[in-house]
Design a protein around this ligand. Structure first.
Ligand code: SF4
Length: 408
């Protein structure tokens, strides 16, 4: 059963008398268990919907609609499937105490993988779920493979009952499902031969594997489960050599890089990041793969649109990892705008100094010297500081706007 949260004005749903709070029970005789069922079962043109109104009365709606005409119904958010693993490197286990509750939810949900690109391990996927994935053609999925070697994966996920990912993926790929894969690398556990085996297995799945990302383990000062080695510069370099060798092969044989080291892996290895051509369509940019290169690209393409700001002083706050990348970008922005940019490197006060990415900086890092967010709202941060604050995606979005002309 799913519940209606909102009904759009003048929509089919409003005409039928469907109200917020209505429970949607079946569509064309098939039970509706969640938003996926709803979305796929209502793709037909002729629908018979069994529902229960908020007052408890059961109703049957029969309707016919033109192809693609929306029903005008929003559903209440789905309950998230919890994770069955207990990875030592779990970032959620590495969160400090006292944050808001939803941040501690360890989700592992193939439905959200399809709908929003969240990575899922498929550890909690049952036969019925596989059948749904195949029937509804939930593709592409985003899969945390970590290792295709079954024994290594059991250790990595700290779950003796984890299904064999190779068998799961083979079944899905035979049914036409494609996926993006990621491997979070724990030195000594799934690098070297284990990584080689994973990349070989994924490569052998052919077109079904759209991309593979190799990401270094990220630990905070609260990662209490972790007993493995940390990721140092030399390990990161060795992993990158292996990844790039596969990338070269993929370019030769398939005309695309296919496997990517994450930006963080390049930074840990103290290696220059590749250019835009390396990343093709930036398939895993949300996973920190190519985001720095994409930022450089957007800045360079947007410089011509920057408004002159001679004499203004602009502080740019970032985490430790991005500091070396930022300076050359700010130099271009100085030239294009005439403003005086000052880079403010904030150490992460919540997660500890090992967390160096700007995206995880928090509100308490914002004082006279620095900026960013945790449970602080942007408004609270603005109120606590004497200067105007502009969140920015790529600098250009703020600097091209005349309305942000009072930056200093
Ligand atoms: S799969 Fe591992 S890393 Fe992901 S939420 Fe579960 S325990 Fe944490």
């Amino acid at each position: 059963m799913v519940k209606v949260s909102r009904v759009e004005e003048k929509s089919i749903a409003e005409e039928l008398g469907i109200q917020p709070g209505t429970e949607l029970l079946t569509v064309n005789g098939r039970p509706v268990a969640d938003f996926l069922d709803w979305e796929f079962l209502t793709a037909d043109e002729e629908l018979v919907i069994e529902a229960r109104q908020p007052d408890g009365e059961d109703v049957i709606y029969e309707l016919e609609r033109l192809d693609g005409e929306p029903l005008g119904i929003s559903l209440q958010p789905p309950s998230v499937r919890r994770c069955a693993n207990k990875c030592e490197f779990c970032f959620i286990e590495g969160l400090p105490p006292g944050l808001r509750k939803p941040l501690y939810i360890r989700d592992d949900d193939y439905r959200l993988s399809f709908a929003y690109g969240n990575f899922a391990t498929l550890s909690n996927v049952k036969e019925r779920d596989i059948e749904r994935i195949l029937e509804y053609r939930l593709s592409p999925l985003y899969v945390s493979v970590h290792a295709t070697n079954h024994e290594a994966r059991k250790i990595l996920l700290n779950n003796q009952r984890v299904p064999d990912i190779k068998a799961q993926l083979s079944r899905l790929t035979e049914g036409g499902i494609q996926f993006h894969a990621q491997m979070v690398i724990v030195p000594g556990l799934n690098d070297e031969e284990v990584l080689e085996e994973s990349l070989t297995d994924l490569w052998n799945m052919g077109d079904a594997v759209l991309s593979a990302a190799v990401v270094p383990v990220g630990l905070t000062q609260f990662s209490h489960l972790y007993t493995g080695k940390g990721m140092d510069r030399d390990t990161a370099r060795t992993i990158l050599i292996q990844v790039e060798r596969w990338g070269e092969r993929a370019n030769r044989e398939r005309g695309q890089t296919w496997v990517f080291g994450s930006d963080e892996l390049y930074m840990l290895a103290e290696r220059e990041l590749p250019g835009a051509e390396h990343y093709g369509e930036f398939a895993q940019i949300e996973n920190g793969v190519g985001s720095v290169t994409s930022l450089r690209m957007r800045v360079s393409q947007g410089l011509g649109r920057v408004v002159r700001r001679d004499g203004q002083r602009i502080g740019v706050v970032t985490g430790l990892a991005m500091a070396p990348v930022m300076e050359p970008l700010l130099e271009h922005l100085r030239e294009a705008s005439g403003a005086d940019f000052k880079l403010i490197v904030a150490q992460n006060s919540l997660f500890g100094p090992t967390i160096t990415t700007a995206g995880l900086l928090v509100g308490k890092d914002i004082n006279e010297d620095g900026i960013f967010l945790d449970d602080y709202t942007l408004e609270a941060v603005r109120e606590s500081l004497p200067m105007p604050i502009f969140p920015s995606y790529d600098f250009i979005d703020v600097l091209e706007s005349e309305s942000s002309g009072v930056l200093a």
